[in-house]
Design a protein around this ligand. Structure first.
Ligand code: GLN
Length: 524
């Protein structure tokens, strides 16, 4: 059987997104107990789905159902004859459809409330009476929708939980997807397992199998695929998966742009080729990149130059890869993850098209390639788990993110070979000490930056006038907000001392104690 998409193989709960900031958490939670869930915008036409969901969840949203421009669900959703759960706006939408008993509440309700279950035999509320639930709404139901009954209340919400008298159609006023709802995950599980009877078979072990088949079906028996690797977890996992599926018909290219980490190209080559059997070509284009960066100090210009040069070098190298039998390369591998997909399809999202990395966008147009994205259904922790199952080392799977323009944006001011060497060495020492101290996995991202200022120092009774290294380390869960890592003073002392002693050209080390916002993670 041809495997077109994950949702046609795994039992899937469809989450229709009405724009709540928590919508993606619904899919997250369901996957935590091995049920595959996919989010689509609330405007999705049910007749255009190529697969049938086991159940549908209508998310919360910032709108009021009675407002003129409010979004509404396609009524064909009721023809699917599967259980439906409306959460907050989703419940108000069900009420609006069945009698329009929705309006502004006397007061907003935001924060914790205690759930009081009236019908303890209802499968949705199995094992969750009297738990704390999280509220976030200003509108409320003024009465029961036609054909529904109340099965739960809270102090402020007389219709905290409702169900249709005959059909498995539920509405809840609170948000089970946030961790503040203490039994929220249990409720989602009750819905998906007890009511929708979805199979709990969404595991990375099962994913590997279906994904390999899906890649083979898509690519066919002869076509070739090309992809860029960076040494990071996403591109490595995607490349390993491609290799498992089509062997040497997948061609990985690592472009050494001269601003990678110390020894990075050699290390990546060893890991990918020897360790993982990936068909990799390493291209040393460092001189080309560095000569284009000459004299450039503006961070945006640096990024553009690196992006454009990358496209140029990649295309040139791709030309040299002439697969046997006169086959053309037809596909470009891209390590897109689910959060990028969610961002682009979310109802209030900035655009309806999938966001592609600017490099990839250019390559697709110029080289007439089709995109292949084997990780596009996965969250980051799923990718990491997948990587471990594919035999990729813990160290690589848990590696900190590294920006595309690399050390070029960690050398502030002009990027020269000498400056890159200084930044690289300082970074290497810093990361080595972090690893030795057993802190690497506790920190989300750490790096050294070379500042474009000189400061006066004294070494061996001689006056010095040399550069400054700034160290940065942050903790974050989503990189949207971040705080700096509170190292022990003794640790900072040791790193600073090693850097000034071992890195020529550096006479001073500082530690960046700014959170994001107002600062960003990177300095440029
Ligand atoms: N906007 C609606 C209200 O204020 C729904 C809120 C929500 O879904 N969280 O009640």
């Amino acid at each position: 059987m041809a495997v077109e998409q994950v949702s046609s193989v795994f039992d899937t709960i469809l989450v229709l997104d009405f724009g709540s900031q928590y919508s993606h958490l619904i899919t997250r939670r369901l996957r935590e107990f091995n049920i595959y869930a996919e989010m689509l915008p609330c405007t999705q036409k049910i007749s255009e789905l190529s697969w049938k969901p086991k159940g549908v969840i209508l998310s919360g949203g910032p709108y009021s159902v009675y407002a003129e421009d409010a979004p509404h669900v396609d009524h064909d959703v009721f023809k699917l004859n599967v259980p439906i759960l409306g959460i907050c706006y989703g419940m108000q939408e069900l009420a609006w459809i069945n009698g329009k008993q929705v309006g502004r509440g006397e007061k907003r309700e935001y924060g914790p409330a205690t759930l009081n279950v009236l019908d303890k035999s209802d499968p949705l509320f199995a094992n969750i009476d009297h738990s704390t639930v999280w509220m976030s709404h200003g509108d409320k139901l003024h009465g029961l929708p036609t054909g529904f009954k109340t099965i739960a209340t809270s102090d402020n919400s007389p219709y905290c939980g409702i169900v249709h008298e005959k059909e498995p159609i539920y509405g809840i006023q609170f948000h089970p997807e946030v961790t503040h709802s203490t039994q929220g995950k249990q409720l989602l599980k009750n819905f998906a397992v007890n009511l929708c009877h979805a199979n709990q078979n969404w595991t990375m072990e099962n994913f590997i199998e279906t994904e390999i088949q899906r890649i083979r079906d898509l690519v066919g028996p002869t076509a070739e695929v090309i992809g860029a690797v960076s040494g990071g977890v996403d591109s490595t996992v995607a490349s390993k998966l491609m290799t498992e599926a089509i062997g040497n018909r997948f061609h990985a290219i690592l472009v050494d742009n001269g601003v990678l980490r110390l020894n990075e190209a050699a290390t990546v080559k060893k890991t990918l080729v020897e360790g993982l059997g990936i068909n990799l070509t390493v291209v040393d284009a460092s001189e080309e990149f560095l000569s284009k960066l000459k004299g450039v100090t503006d961070p945006e210009k640096k990024r553009k130059i690196i992006g454009n040069t990358f496209i140029h070098v990649f295309e040139r190298e791709a030309e040299k890869i002439k697969p046997k039998d006169g086959q053309e390369i037809q596909y470009l591998l891209q390590g897109t993850l689910y959060p990028d997909v969610i961002e682009s399809i979310s109802f209030k999202g900035p655009s309806q098209t999938i966001k592609t990395h600017h490099n990839v966008g250019g390559l697709l147009d110029n080289m007439k390639l089709k995109l292949i994205e084997p990780l596009r259904e996965l969250f980051k922790d799923e990718v990491r788990h997948l990587g471990e199952l594919l035999g990729i080392s813990h160290e690589l799977v848990w590696r900190h993110p590294f920006p595309g323009p690399g050390i070029a944006i960690r050398v502030l001011g002009e990027v020269t070979k000498e400056q890159v060497a200084i930044a690289r060495k300082a970074d290497y020492i810093y990361i080595e000490e972090i690893r030795k101290a057993g802190l690497y996995d506790k920190i989300s991202q750490a790096f050294a930056c070379l500042l474009p200022v000189k400061s006066v120092g004294v070494m061996g009774d001689q006056r010095t006038y040399e550069q400054v290294i700034a160290l940065r380390a942050i903790e974050t869960t989503d990189f949207m907000t971040a705080d700096w890592y509170p190292f022990e003073h003794s640790f900072l002392k040791k790193v600073a001392s090693r850097i000034v002693n071992e890195v020529d050209g550096v006479a001073r080390v500082t530690y960046d104690i700014t959170s994001k916002p107002p600062a960003t993670v990177e300095w440029e």
